[in-house]
Ligand binder design. Structure first.
Ligand SMILES: Nc1ncnc2c1ncn2[C@@H]1O[C@H](COP(=O)(O)OP(=O)(O)O)[C@@H](O)[C@H]1O
Ligand SMILES: [Mg+2]
Length: 357
C-alpha cells in the first residue's frame, strides 16, 4: 500500500505561516495535482512529502509507515523538478544510473534497469548523449527516467513541464499520463496551470495561502467550486450577489434567480454570492421569454470578441454586474455592441458559493 497520508501538517518560516494544518490523502495509484497561485505552498508541501523539508508539526505516512522523521533517501520517492537538474558532464545513462549507484545496484542489473527506464520515457538509443545534445522535452524525459529507475513507491513532480513550450508541454502531458497508468505509481503533480491539472488528474487540490481550500475530482472542482477563490482560480466565472428567499435569489434590480434543486439553500434573508460559468449561458438578442424552468437575466452587450469558431460577449447585467459569456459561432450572426440581450441558463448551473456576500 503506497497511499500517502498527510496529517495536520504545518510549516512556518520565521513568522510566516507557509502551510497551516494540512490534512489530506493521495490514494494508492492516483494522480493528484496541487494547483494554486505562486507562493501558496505547493512546493513546500511536496518537499515535505519527499523529506527535503521537515514540518513543524504533523505527520506524513507512506503506506503504513510514518516517514515524518525518515530521511529523503530512505523514503523511496522519485522526484522531478522544474529545472531538470541533470548533471551536464554526465551522459544520459550516467544521469539515470545516479540513483541506482547510491543504492548499490551496479553492472548488468543496473544496465537492464536503465534500459527499461529509457524505454519507458521513449528515449532508447539516447544513452550516450550529454544533456546539452537534447531538447528541453528530452531532458525532462531523462529526469523522469532518473526518477523512475529506482522503482519508487511515490512519484513527485514539481512543475516539470512549465519550462517547455506549449506543443512540447502537451506532448509531455500525454506521456506523463501514459507512464503513470503503466506504472500505477501514486503521483503528486504540482502545477499552476489549471487546464493541465484538469486534464491529467484523478483529483485536484486547490491551495490558497497554505491551505487546501478544495479537493475533488476535476469535474466537481470545475462545476462545483465552493468559494470565489476556487471559482476564479479555475476557469472563467460570473458572480452575482443577492438575497435569498424560498430558494430564490433576488438581485438588486429585482431579477429572480432560482437555485439548483440539489443546493442546500441558506436561510431566508441571507446575502449570497452565486457563480455561473460563461459557457453554460445562452444568449438571444432582445427581451425574450425564457423557456420554463430556466434562469433569465437581461443584459447589454459592451464588447464582442470574435475568434472565428467562438465568440466572447462582454456584458453588463441589468443589476450592473459585469458578465461574460462564451458562444459557439453556430449561426454566423454576431449580436452587435450596445444590443439589449436575454441570457438564460439552467438552475443546476447556478453555483451557490460558501463565501459571505
Ligand atoms: N526556505 C524558505 N525560507 C523562507 N521562506 C520560504 C522558503 N521556502 C518557501 N518559502 C516561502 O513560503 C511560501 C510558499 O512557497 P512555495 O511552497 O515555494 O510556494 P509555491 O510552490 O506554491 O509557489 C512563499 O511565500 C515562499 O517565499
Ligand atoms: Mg513552487
Amino acid at each position: 500500500m503506497t497511499n500517502v497520508k498527510i496529517n495536520s501538517v504545518a510549516k512556518n518560516y520565521g513568522q510566516v505561516s507557509v502551510l497551516s494544518d494540512i490534512t489530506t490523502q493521495f490514494p494508492e495509484g492516483s494522480f493528484t495535482s496541487l494547483l494554486g497561485p505562486s507562493g501558496s505552498g505547493k512546493t513546500t508541501l511536496l518537499r515535505i512529502v519527499a523529506g527535503f523539508v521537515t514540518p513543524d508539526s504533523g505527520t506524513v505516512s507512506i503506506g503504513s509507515r510514518n516517514v515524518t522523521n525518515v530521511p529523503v533517501w530512505a523514503r523511496n520517492i522519485g522526484m522531478v523538478f522544474q529545472s531538470y537538474a541533470l548533471f551536464p558532464h554526465m551522459t544520459v545513462r550516467e544521469n539515470v544510473a545516479f540513483g541506482l549507484a547510491r543504492r548499490g545496484i551496479k553492472g548488468a542489473e543496473a544496465r537492464s534497469q536503465i534500459d527499461r527506464a529509457l524505454e519507458m520515457v521513449r528515449l532508447p538509443g539516447f544513452g550516450d548523449r550529454k544533456p546539452k545534445q537534447l531538447s528541453g522535452g528530452q531532458q525532462q524525459r531523462v529526469a523522469l527516467a532518473r526518477a523512475l529507475v529506482i522503482q519508487p513507491s511515490v512519484l513527485l513532480l514539481d512543475e516539470p513541464l512549465s519550462a517547455l513550450d506549449r506543443r512540447l508541454r502537451q506532448e509531455m502531458q500525454v506521456e506523463l499520463k501514459r507512464i503513470q497508468r503503466e506504472t500505477g505509481l501514486t503521483t503528486v503533480f504540482v502545477t499552476h496551470d489549471q487546464e493541465e491539472a484538469l486534464a491529467l488528474s484523478d483529483q485536484v487540490a486547490i491551495l490558497d495561502r497554505g491551505q487546501i481550500v478544495q479537493m475533488g475530482v476535476p469535474t466537481d472542482i470545475y462545476e462545483k467550486p465552493k468559494t470565489r477563490f476556487a471559482a476564479e482560480f479555475l476557469g472563467d466565472t460570473n458572480f452575482l450577489t443577492g438575497t435569498v428567499s424560498a430558494r430564490i435569489v433576488t438581485l438588486s434590480d429585482g431579477t429572480a434567480i432560482r437555485l439548483a434543486d440539489a443546493e442546500v439553500a441558506p436561510s431566508d434573508g441571507q446575502s449570497v454570492t452565486l457563480a455561473v460559468r460563461p459557457e453554460k449561458i445562452r444568449i438571444v438578442e432582445g427581451v425574450a421569454d425564457a423557456e420554463p424552468g430556466l434562469n433569465r437575466l437581461q443584459a447589454r452587450v459592451t464588447a464582442v470578441i470574435y475568434a472565428g469558431a467562438a465568440l466572447t460577449y462582454v456584458l453588463t447585467a441589468s443589476d450592473g454586474t459585469p458578465f461574460k459569456i462564451f458562444a459557439q459561432n453556430t449561426t454566423g450572426t454576431i449580436i452587435p455592441e450596445g444590443a439589449q440581450v436575454t441570457l438564460t441558463w439552467e438552475p443546476k448551473h447556478t453555483i451557490l458559493l460558501q463565501d459571505q456576500a
